[in-house]
Design a protein around this ligand. Structure first.
Ligand code: AMP
Length: 177
């Protein structure tokens, strides 16, 4: 099992932007990571290896940075890609769940017919802060009847304690702060 040392290049490239988008928030900027094909591949290879035998049918990504990792993983694993989106973006009937952000409030949606009880998925986002987003994402996936194998993020902010709030789920993070 790769450890966080394995992600050293990713950790080096990840950039802290203080006071963005508002004072007191240290924003974890993944854009330099994405600009390195080696670092991006390290992330996707790690996830593909982890879920190789998980019996997944679809990979679920959360708008918008979750899409980046979910789409690359779906393609690598030859699975389908399901989108969880902000309100007003998905054209067909949706299930939804509201949540609090580290900054602000929002809601996520999924197409009602995107998944069924036959599906087994991993839900991906870039970062786990308070856990509101991932919790709401898990809720909408749950409403479709699909089983959730794991919730996965590139970065987990341990000090915000989201893991305790999401104790119904297995959570995998590649980098912890
Ligand atoms: P939360 O719902 O509090 O777990 O927040 C997670 C979502 O907000 C993720 O989709 C992140 O993209 C974004 N986010 C929250 N805090 C940060 C942060 N410090 N740096 C970068 N993104 C963040």
């Amino acid at each position: 099992m790769p450890t966080n040392t394995y992600m050293e290049l990713v950790r080096q490239l990840l950039r802290d932007i203080p006071d963005f988008p508002k004072p007191g928030i240290v924003f974890k900027d993944i854009t330099p990571v994405l600009q390195s094909p080696e670092a991006f591949a390290e992330i996707i290879d790690h996830l593909a290896q982890r879920y190789a035998d998980a019996g997944l049918s679809q990979i679920v990504g959360i708008e918008s940075r979750g899409f980046i990792f979910a789409s690359a993983l779906a393609l690598k694993m030859q699975k389908g890609l399901v989108l969880i989106r902000k309100p007003g973006k998905l054209p067909a009937d949706t299930f939804s769940a509201a949540y609090d952000l580290e900054y602000g409030q929002d809601e996520v949606h999924i197409h009602k017919d995107a998944l069924s009880t036959q599906d087994r998925v991993v839900i991906l986002d870039d970062l786990l802060a308070t856990g509101g987003t991932l919790g709401a994402a898990a809720s909408v996936v749950g409403q479709t009847g699909a089983s959730i194998h794991e919730l996965a993020v590139l970065i987990e902010l341990d000090f915000l304690g989201a893991r305790a709030k999401l104790s119904d789920y297995s959570i995998h993070s590649l980098l912890n702060y």
